[in-house]
Design a protein around this ligand. Structure first.
Ligand SMILES: Cc1ncc(COP(=O)(O)O)c(C=O)c1O
Length: 409
């Protein structure tokens, strides 16, 4: 494809102005929004204001004065639009892992006569670890882990919960949420989705698909910052019966009544536990402002065009240097990332990062590139492929310093 054609794509991009909403390090092509989104400018000023004015000056009064106490539900309501939920069905809190623990326990309690949790053996490990912990806690549960094409078969009348991540963190494969949720329901099971690689990357339609529970991350495509609070969704029809096993005071009906008995709050708030992390929550709240006027269908359209372009430009390199595409070419089956298998994936990614293109590596052999439609240009995609070509042609990845594995890969 000619450069002029790619430049024309940028000129016609309805989301191009959004790029200015982010802090953009000079010369960097950032293809890692699926691990940590870039810093929105508005977050800088908001965090400064929260630290200086709210914490520094207004101190304890800020819980009421600046609405700190309501941040989890306020932020949850903002996320709701992005995932096809009602504002009172989502709350921001804790980490994705902790939220999964909470909603998985709540879901299992709604199907007490059933003893099977079905999931994908390639699901993100924390999801599987949490399910193992929950099973050990309750005793007598089977965690049935199968390959993607065996899910349908694995669902039966013993299944309590189907627990899946919509977009596979390694391959970028996107499940058909509507079909699988329907299938789970047909067998009397509940559907619980992890939206870590979905929320903020493309529109999700939880209620349209009748999803029961969901969780997701704040630090990836939502750009909430390192360690940002995560979120959870409970469909309104389940909220009254969703038992909050992590029954902390913030989920109490009257936290400041200080009574000894736990009485769950009405609605989604019951799934909050302790004091919210106000600084991180404020950063996420500000980051979500960037999405307010974003047309989510346009976001999806651009995401597909970016990933299509990358796959196309990578074709000659893939053939020449042994990159095996593991992301589906079919749009309906693709999230907002593209991944390749490569024998020397770790070293190749480190060498590429040294050339100013940040993607990431997932063991055992996946190089992964996340495409955030809010701040990426089509020319960035072209630039990334040029630099990767340079890394391969010059054998830069063979440098021993690129072989050494850091603690975080
Ligand atoms: C699918 C998925 N779920 C959960 C997590 C981690 O969640 P947390 O660290 O917020 O508990 C990740 C992190 O990358 C993920 O990809």
């Amino acid at each position: 494809m000619r450069i002029a054609t790619i430049q024309a794509l940028d000129q016609a991009d309805p989301l191009s102005a959004k790029r200015e909403a982010f802090v953009l390090p000079e010369g960097l092509v950032y293809l890692d929004g699926n691990s940590l989104g870039m810093l929105p400018r508005i977050v800088q000023s908001r965090v400064e204001q929260v630290v200086k004015q709210q914490w520094g000056h207004d101190l304890i009064r800020s819980w009421n004065l600046h609405g700190w106490v309501d941040l989890p539900v306020k932020v949850g309501a903002k996320i709701a639009r992005l995932i096809g939920a009602e504002p009172d069905e989502v709350v921001a809190a804790d980490s994705t892992s902790v939220n999964l623990f909470k909603v998985l326990l709540a879901a299992l309690r709604l199907r007490p006569e059933r003893r099977v949790i079905v999931s994908d053996v390639d699901n993100f490990p924390t999801d599987l670890y949490i399910a193992q912990g929950v099973s050990a806690l309750l005793g007598g549960y089977e965690l049935r882990l199968v390959k993607k094409d065996e899910i349908e078969e694995a669902l039966d009348h013993q299944t309590a919960v189907l627990m899946l991540t919509e977009v596979d963190y390694r391959t970028g494969y996107r499940y058909d949420m509507g079909r699988l949720t329907r299938m789970a329901h047909e067998r009397g099971a509940l559907a619980l989705w992890d939206l870590a690689h979905s929320a903020g990357a493309f529109p999700v339609y939880l209620n349209q698909h009748g999803v029961d529970f969901a969780v997701g991350c704040g630090y990836k495509y939502l750009n909430g910052g390192p360690g940002a609070p995560a979120f959870l969704f409970v469909a309104r029809r389940h909220q009254e019966a969703a038992f909050p096993f992590l029954s902390g005071w913030m989920g109490h009906k009257a936290p400041f009544a200080f009574i000894p008995e736990y009485v769950a709050a009405e609605g989604i708030r019951r799934l909050t536990v302790g004091t919210p992390s106000v600084l991180s929550m404020s950063a996420l709240d500000a980051a979500l402002e960037v999405f307010v006027d974003v047309d989510l269908e346009a976001l999806r359209e651009k995401s597909l065009r970016l990933t299509d372009l990358f796959i196309e430009l990578m074709e000659p390199l893939a053939a020449r240097y042994g990159f095996e595409l593991v992301t589906p070419r079919e749009h309906a089956q693709r999230g907002s990332q593209v991944a390749y298998r490569h024998q020397e994936g770790y070293a190749v990614m480190q060498a590429l990062i040294s050339q100013g293109v940040i993607g990431d590596f997932r063991a055992p052999d996946i190089v992964r590139f996340g495409f955030t439609p809010l701040y990426l240009r089509f020319m960035d995609v072209w630039e990334a492929v040029q630099r990767l070509e340079h890394v391969m042609r010059q054998d830069l990845w063979k440098d021993p310093r690129f072989q050494q594995r850091a603690k975080v890969t």
